[in-house]
Design a protein around this ligand. Structure first.
Ligand code: FES
Ligand SMILES: [Fe+2]
Length: 451
C-alpha cells in the first residue's frame, strides 16, 4: 500500500501535476483517424484534463486547439468549418490550425487586434489510424521504431474504448500477467478456428493446446521484470509437464502503453490515455506480421460492443457488465460474457474512479506494478531536477525496435533462446514489410535476465 499523497502524485495528470508533466513529454493518442471520416471532420478531444477540439482544415491538415473560444469562451466544437479553419459561431472569430486568430468580422474595418489573439494549439501527427498529439515543452520526441509504426497501414488496425476510471489502474492491469488465468478464464475451450481478431483464443505457441486451457491449468506464473530503454520487459513463465515451459513476453512502454502478443499473427500495442483524472481511453494498434489485417471484421466485432461517438462500452457499470450468475457457474470466471475487454473493464472500474492504493496489499505477482511505480517516481524526480533527458526514450530512440512480444513453448532450460528464435522466425517470415531488427538490438533483446 502507498500513502494518499503518493497515490495522488502517481495518478493525477492535469496541467501542472507531476505525472501530467511526465506524460506531456511523450506523444499521446488523441483520436482515431476513423473519427474524422465523416463530412464534418471536427471532434472534441479531452486529453490530460484539457478540453480541446481536433479538426481537419481544407488543406487536409490537422489542428488541435483549445475548445473554449478565447473571445468569451464559447465551445468551438460547434464551430463552422470553413475558410481553411474553424470559425466560432458566437461572433465569427476565425482560427487556423495553429491557433492563430485570423479574422474578427465584427471588429471595425482595418482592426489588427486579431494578430494578437492566439489560442493553445498542439502539434498532431497521424500514424496508422491514430492521431497523436504532443502537449509538452520544446520539440516533440521522435517516434521509436516500434512495429506498430513501421508496419504499413494495411497491416495495422486501430480502435479505442472508454473506461470510467483513472489511467493508472487501467495500465496496471496490462502489466499484471497473473490475472489472465483467472479474470479471462473460460471453463470450456472454443475452436481456435474462430479466434481471428480475439485475444487468448489461439492455440498456445506450437502446440494444440488452446491458450484458454493453458491459462486455466497453469495459474501460478513465475514473473520477472527487466528495465529497458523503453520501459520494462515482463516475462511470465508457466512450467508445464514433460520439462516444458510456456514463455510469455509482454512490455511496458513508458509512460502509459503496453505491448503484448495477441495471437501468433498479431501483437497489440495499447495506450491507456488519461481523458481526465477519472476517465481514460485505451487506444490499441493491432499489428500483423502475416497477412493484411481484416479491418472490416475487426471493426465490426468491436463496434458491436461499443457505442459511438464516444466509444463507450455497451456493457458497463450501469447494467452490471451483463453479469449472469449462471454463466459464471458454467462458462466464464466472471459471468460477463466472452469479450475479455469487458472483464478488464470491470477489473479496472470496480475499484472506483481512482483506486484507493492506501488499502491495497500487493503480492509477488504484482512485481511489474511495483517496478513501474518506481520508474514513474524516478521520472518525476528527474523532471523536478530539470533532467528531462533522463526520461525513457528522451535520449534518442533510433535504436529502439520491437518490442518483442510473444508466446513460446520451450524446454525448461532453453526458454530464453526459444523465445528469441521464435521472434526471429516471425520477423523473417514477415514478407509484406520490413520487420527485421538490427543484430545488435536483437542480441540486447535476448539478454533477458531473471531478477
Ligand atoms: S465567443 Fe467566440 S467569437 Fe465570441
Ligand atoms: Fe486482461
Amino acid at each position: 500500500m502507498i500513502s494518499q499523497k503518493l497515490n495522488d502524485t502517481l495518478t493525477l495528470t492535469g496541467p501542472g501535476t507531476e505525472a501530467g508533466s511526465v506524460m506531456r513529454h511523450y506523444w499521446q493518442p488523441a483520436a482515431l483517424s476513423d473519427e474524422l471520416q465523416g463530412t464534418r471532420p471536427v471532434v472534441p478531444v479531452t486529453l490530460l484534463g484539457e478540453r480541446l477540439v481536433l479538426f481537419r482544415d481544407s488543406d487536409g491538415k490537422l489542428g488541435l486547439i483549445d475548445r473554449a473560444c478565447p473571445h468569451r469562451g464559447a465551445d468551438l466544437c460547434y464551430g463552422r468549418l470553413e475558410d481553411n479553419g474553424l470559425r466560432c459561431p458566437f461572433h465569427g472569430w476565425h482560427f487556423n490550425r495553429d491557433g492563430q486568430c485570423v479574422e474578427q468580422p465584427g471588429e471595425p474595418q482595418g482592426s489588427t487586434m486579431h494578430e494578437r489573439i492566439t489560442t493553445t494549439s498542439y502539434p498532431v501527427v497521424e500514424k496508422n489510424g491514430i492521431i497523436f498529439a504532443y502537449m509538452g515543452p520544446g520539440e516533440p520526441p521522435a517516434f521509436p521504431n516500434f512495429d506498430c509504426f513501421r508496419a504499413p497501414e494495411t497491416h495495422v488496425f486501430a480502435f479505442k474504448g472508454l473506461w470510467e476510471c483513472n489511467w493508472l489502474q487501467a495500465m496496471e492491469v496490462g502489466i499484471d500477467p497473473a490475472h489472465a488465468s483467472f479474470l479471462h478464464r473460460f471453463l470450456e475451450d472454443e475452436d481456435p478456428q474462430d479466434s481471428y481478431g480475439k485475444q487468448f483464443r489461439d492455440k498456445a505457441a506450437d502446440t494444440n493446446m488452446p491458450m484458454t486451457q493453458l491459462l486455466r491449468e497453469y495459474p501460478r506464473p513465475e514473473i520477472s521484470v527487466e528495465e529497458t530503454d523503453y520501459g520494462m520487459r515482463i516475462i511470465a513463465l508457466r512450467h508445464l509437464e514433460n520439462g516444458k515451459t510456456h514463455v510469455r513476453i509482454t512490455n511496458q512502454i513508458f509512460p502509459e502503453a503496453i505491448s503484448i502478443p495477441m495471437s501468433r499473427e498479431m501483437i497489440i500495442t495499447q495506450w491507456h490515455v488519461p481523458v481526465d483524472d477519472e476517465n481514460c481511453y485505451w487506444y490499441s494498434m493491432f499489428t500483423s506480421f502475416d497477412k493484411p489485417v481484416d479491418k472490416k471484421l475487426m471493426r465490426e466485432q468491436r463496434l458491436k460492443e461499443h457505442r459511438l461517438p464516444d466509444y463507450a462500452p455497451i456493457k458497463n457499470r450501469s447494467n452490471y457488465y451483463g453479469f449472469d450468475p449462471q454463466e459464471q457457474q458454467q462458462t466464464t470466471y466472471t459471468g460477463m460474457g466472452l469479450d475479455i475487454n469487458v472483464h478488464d473493464q470491470w477489473a479496472v472500474e470496480s475499484p472506483g474512479r481512482i483506486a484507493d492504493r492506501t488499502k491495497e496489499h500487493l503480492g509477488s505477482t504484482d512485481v511489474a506494478i511495483i517496478r513501474y511505480r518506481r520508474m514513474l517516481r524516478a521520472a518525476i524526480k528527474n523532471l523536478n531536477d530539470s533532467n528531462s533527458s533522463e526520461l525513457p526514450m528522451m535520449n534518442g530512440s533510433d535504436h529502439i525496435f520491437g518490442p518483442v512480444s510473444n508466446d513460446t513453448i520451450a524446454n525448461n532450460s532453453h526458454w530464453q533462446q526459444a523465445s528469441t528464435d521464435s521472434d526471429k522466425e516471425r520477423r523473417a517470415n514477415c514478407r509484406d514489410w520490413d520487420a527485421s531488427i538490427p543484430a545488435d538490438d536483437i542480441e540486447a533483446a535476448a539478454a533477458i535476465k531473471n531478477q
